[in-house]
Ligand binder design. Structure first.
Ligand SMILES: C[S@@+](CC[C@H](N)C(=O)[O-])C[C@H]1O[C@@H](n2cnc3c(N)ncnc32)[C@H](O)[C@@H]1O
Length: 396
């Protein structure tokens, strides 16, 4: 049983039922997440015409509020969609307690990292393990700060990147905490044997893709406690751990799951529209001439979007893909492009539901293996969007 509840009736729902609620909503709106909208060109994804018609009546400020799930929709189709979402999304408890840390000790760390560390320390101190196995620790800033505050605690910091570890050791040569931090250069997989003892915590902050799943497998094999904040869902190759996930998420859905908690701001919206407008225009003009989409455009430098459309295309291909009148064709397509851009406003909240679906699969799998599991919204999503922690403790 997970401590989340459905929206209005405040009753506890077991994890499997909750997973089915999410699954039904995902099935209803599959046309929004199982492909990129532009891949339907010259058509729009089926069933989206009504949504686009409604979205055209909202100001860009209102669209931002809708996308961030902060406002009520005032038109019928959107009201139904956002109600479905609200009723299906997990209600995840937030933890906002922060450790007080001297600013000097945080020198050199990004705002994001400082925020994560301040939120993590209280909860890890409350768990008070004797040793933390910090998996995918990188330069291990969290372990260093914890070690300075908790003079009894030991740390094993694992990472496949030796240079990060060497640089952390060099930087902390005179730091007494280093004595209790053991850097281990190792690629962790589900088969790794970590020799976990009682009261030792398996931990992974932003353990990418499969690594978070491997931590769960290691926990089931040999551990008691896990605290994990997963990230990079688009890199995960393993799904349906529980045997109850009947929808297999493809690469588009996993990428969308990754965007679920991103808070959109006016600036982020304008950058997103700038990027997508050029990419979509090129795809459309190419399709109109060759009746197929360009397979993969690859990465563009942000400065390319400041060029004229003609010069932007030139950056990809000196021969401009043998397309003519690019600037003129681009302006003729702007209204059509806008329809595709509007769909993003409703796709991103679906990403949040996809993320919850993937997390519930892990929760269910752990529960089937006799762990008590809790999901916690730990970070402010404006600072650190991959902000949901999974805490698992072996039931006695
Ligand atoms: C997103 S970074 C997180 C670093 C650190 N935990 C933090 O939040 O500051 C992920 C780290 O995991 C490491 N990593 C990824 N896969 C790994 C694996 N299978 N075994 C060990 N380390 C891994 C990477 O080298 C990288 O340093």
């Amino acid at each position: 049983m997970i401590n989340n509840e459905t929206c209005d009736n405040h009753r506890e729902v077991n994890t499997l039922d909750q997973m089915l609620i999410i699954e039904n909503t995902l099935k209803k709106y599959q046309f929004l997440w199982d492909k990129e909208p532009i891949d339907y060109y010259p058509n729009l994804p089926s069933n989206t015409l009504g949504f686009i018609g409604e979205l055209q009546n909202y100001s860009s400020e209102e669209l931002i509020e809708l996308e961030n799930l902060n406002a009520k929709a005032k038109t019928p189709l959107l009201s139904e969609l956002f109600k479905d979402l609200k009723d299906s999304l997990l209600r995840i408890n937030q933890l906002k307690q922060e450790a007080r840390i001297n600013q000097n000790e945080l020198r050199g760390l990004s705002l994001k990292k400082c925020h994560e560390i301040k939120r993590l320390i209280p909860i890890l101190e409350e768990l008070s393990p004797t040793l933390i196995h910090d998996i995918g620790s990188g330069k291990a800033p969290l372990s260093f700060l914890m070690a300075q505050r908790n003079l009894e605690m030991q740390f094993k910091c694992y990472d496949l990147d030796k240079t990060l570890q060497t640089s952390a050791i060099k930087k902390n040569q005179n730091n007494m905490a280093l004595k209790r931090i053991n850097f281990i250069h190792q690629t962790i997989s589900s088969k790794s044997q970590l020799d976990l003892k009682d009261r030792e915590l398996l931990f992974g902050l932003h353990a990418c893709g499969d690594l978070s799943i491997d931590l769960i497998k290691i926990l089931i094999k040999e551990g008691n406690d896990l605290f994990n904040i997963p990230c990079c869902f688009h890199k995960q190759t393993k799904q349906n751990l529980s045997g109850h996930q009947s929808l297999k998420l493809n690469k588009f859905a996993l990428t969308l799951a990754n965007r679920g908690q991103i808070n959109i701001t006016p600036k982020a919206l304008s950058i997103r529209n700038e990027y997508k407008t050029y990419r979509y225009a090129l795809q459309m003009i190419y399709f109109n001439k060759y009746q197929k989409l360009i397979m993969s455009l690859g990465n563009a430098h942000k400065s390319w979007y400041q060029l004229s459309f003609h010069d932007y295309v030139k950056k990809y291909d000196q021969d401009l893909f043998y397309l003519d009148n690019l600037n003129k064709s681009f302006y003729a397509l702007k209204k059509t492009i806008n329809d595709y851009l509007l769909i993003e406003v409703i796709r991103n909240p679906i990403g949040r539901l996809l993320e919850h679906y993937l997390l519930l699969d892990r929760v269910l799998y752990l529960e089937k293996n006799n762990f008590k599991v809790e999901l916690i919204e730990l970070f402010n999503n404006e600072l650190s969007p991959k902000n949901i922690a999974l805490k698992a403790t072996k039931s006695i």
